[in-house]
Design a protein around this ligand. Sequence first.
Ligand code: E4P
Length: 218
Amino acid sequence: MRFFIDTADLDQIQEAKDLGVLDGVTTNPSLMAKAGITGAKNIEDHYVKIASMVEGDVSAEVIATDVQGIISEGEYLASLAPNIVVKVPMIKDGIKAICHFSEKGIKTNCTLVFSAGQAILAAKAGATYISPFLGRIDDISWDGIGLIQQIAEIYAVQMYDTEILAASIRSSKHIVQAAQSGADIATCPLHTILGLLKHPLTDIGLEKFLADYQKGNG
Ligand code: E4P
């Protein structure tokens, strides 16, 4: 499973990159606002900066919700850098636009996916990635990981090429469960990636190894 970081914060992207495990970046309008990036030109410039920091795909989300608007905004975003992927909402006009992008060879990430039916439609339209929001599903006491498993099974049976990008990850445990459930990618907040490092027995074990070394060599 590949790791994307789910942020527009350049320091956090750099930290994940320095760890050596970063395969790409996802953003959305809320994450841009959280990073303090506002105004169309600043947002565009920020996408270019992020895209220059990583070799992998960077999802840039359209604001338009009509097919022509999504197509023109998406084509523009895709022209900003070769690794920009157009992030399109799971709506009727979004599906039409994904068909268009797919025919033109422009990569897409179909976002706001909450059901297997939506995942099938996005795959049929030729989406490169779909983003099921597992945290938001858990928030309303449904089963986010169960949805990832269901989509993974359908995609395997139907031999769809679309990749499952587990999104709305809230914890390190979500990352482990997404990997176990057949997600191709998890897009994660930095703290959930760093949380994977933690185990008290690792800390206790290292402390003992170092203390024993000191006893013999100190
Ligand atoms: C990323 O592609 C999604 O937009 C993001 O993971 C949503 O996360 P949230 O539910 O924590 O806002």
